[in-house]
Design a protein around this ligand. Structure first.
Ligand code: SF4
Ligand code: MG
Length: 289
C-alpha cells in the first residue's frame, strides 16, 4: 500500500462546500494508495464540468479533454501506453450526454479503462440545467414545468451494450466507494463506476438524505452473484425506492481491445523501436507508388 498523500496536488478545489466531488476525490486517492500505485502509474482523463477539474486536484498524470471527449482520448492513451492505469472521470452530462455515443462504443471495444461518472443528475458547472440522468419531471431553470424527457438508466444501458464491469457508488459513503474503485481498477477491461454525487447548490431534490434513504449495498447480500446477467438486469432497473450500490455485473475473462491489437503484442507502443513504424510506413509507400 502506498500513501494517499502522494496523490495530493498543491491546487485547492474550487467546488462548493459539501459538494459530492470531495468524497470522490478522497476515495480515488485512497483507492490508488490501496492498490500500491504511484502518481506516475496513473493517468486521469477528464472532460468539462465541475468534477472534470479533478486532474488539477490530483498529483498524477492528467489530461483535460474537450466536452464529452474524455473516452476517445483515454482509449488513445491506452493504445499508446498500456502500462498506465487510466481513469476517465467526468460528469453525467459529459459522460452520458455529450459523450453518449462514445459511452456505447467504448463498451463494445472493452479497453482496460476505469470510467468514473460523477452523476449528480444535473449540469452543475453551467448553473443547474437538467441533464440526461435528471428524473422525468425534474424542475430546473431550463425545465420550469418539469423535464419532459425520460431519464437514461446508465447501469441498464451499460449492461445492454455489453459492458464487462458495471457498478454504482455513492459519494456520501467514501469507504464503500474506495473499495468499489479498487475493484474497478483491478478489473481487466472497461469498468463503469456511476457515482451518485450530490450537487448541493443546484439539485435540491437528489440530496445526500434522498440518496441515503434509498441506497443499499448489493455486496452485503449473501448469495448475490454479479456474474449472473439475468439477476443483475433485475437490479439494474431498480431506482426511486431502492437503489443498489456496489458491483452489479461483472464478466471476467473477455479479452481487452489492446490484447487483440497485433502491434501491441511486442509491448507498449511508446517502448517499441522507432524503426518498426518507419518500416511499416515504407512498406505502405511501396504498395502505392
Ligand atoms: Fe459541486 Fe454542484 Fe457546486 Fe458544481 S455546482 S461544485 S457539482 S455542488
Ligand atoms: Mg452533472
Amino acid at each position: 500500500m502506498s500513501d494517499m498523500k502522494l496523490f495530493t496536488s498543491d491546487e485547492k478545489p474550487t467546488w462548493c462546500p459539501a459538494c459530492g466531488d470531495f468524497g470522490i476525490l478522497a476515495s480515488l486517492k485512497q483507492a490508488f494508495a490501496g492498490l500500491d500505485l504511484s502518481p506516475h502509474d496513473v493517468l486521469l482523463v477528464s472532460g468539462i464540468g465541475c468534477g472534470s477539474k479533478m486532474p488539477y486536484y490530483m498529483r498524477a498524470n492528467g489530461y483535460d479533454a474537450l466536452h464529452g471527449r474524455a473516452v476517445p482520448v483515454a482509449t488513445g492513451a491506452r493504445l499508446g501506453n498500456h502500462d498506465l492505469r487510466i481513469v476517465v472521470i467526468s460528469g453525467d452530462g459529459d459522460g452520458y450526454g455529450i459523450g453518449g455515443n462514445h459511452f456505447m462504443h467504448v463498451i463494445r471495444r472493452n479497453p482496460d479503462l476505469t470510467h468514473v461518472v460523477q452523476n449528480n443528475q444535473v449540469y452543475g458547472l453551467t448553473k443547474g440545467q437538467y441533464s440526461p440522468t435528471s428524473d422525468k419531471g425534474y424542475i430546473s431553470g431550463t425545465s420550469p414545468d418539469g423535464a419532459i424527457e425520460m431519464q437514461i438508466n446508465p447501469i441498464a444501458l451499460a449492461m445492454a451494450s455489453g459492458a464487462t464491469f458495471v457498478s454504482r457508488g455513492f459519494a456520501g459513503d467514501p469507504k464503500h466507494l474506495t473499495q468499489l474503485l479498487m475493484k474497478a481498477v483491478r478489473h481487466r477491461g472497461y469498468a463503469l463506476v456511476d457515482v451518485l454525487q450530490p450537487c448541493v447548490t443546484y439539485n435540491k431534490v437528489n440530496t445526500y438524505d434522498w440518496y441515503r434513504g434509498r441506497v443499499y449495498k448489493i455486496d452485503d447480500e449473501s448469495g448475490y452473484d454479479p456474474s449472473d446477467y439475468d439477476a443483475a438486469w433485475g437490479r439494474a432497473k431498480e431506482w426511486e425506492e431502492r437503489i443498489p450500490i456496489g458491483v452489479i455485473y461483472q464478466e471476467e475473462g473477455r479479452p481487452t481491445y489492446e490484447e487483440q491489437v497485433p502491434e501491441l503484442q511486442a509491448g507498449p507502443l511508446f517502448r517499441q523501436p522507432v524503426e518498426r513504424p518507419r518500416e511499416l510506413l515504407e512498406s505502405i509507400k511501396r504498395e502505392f507508388i
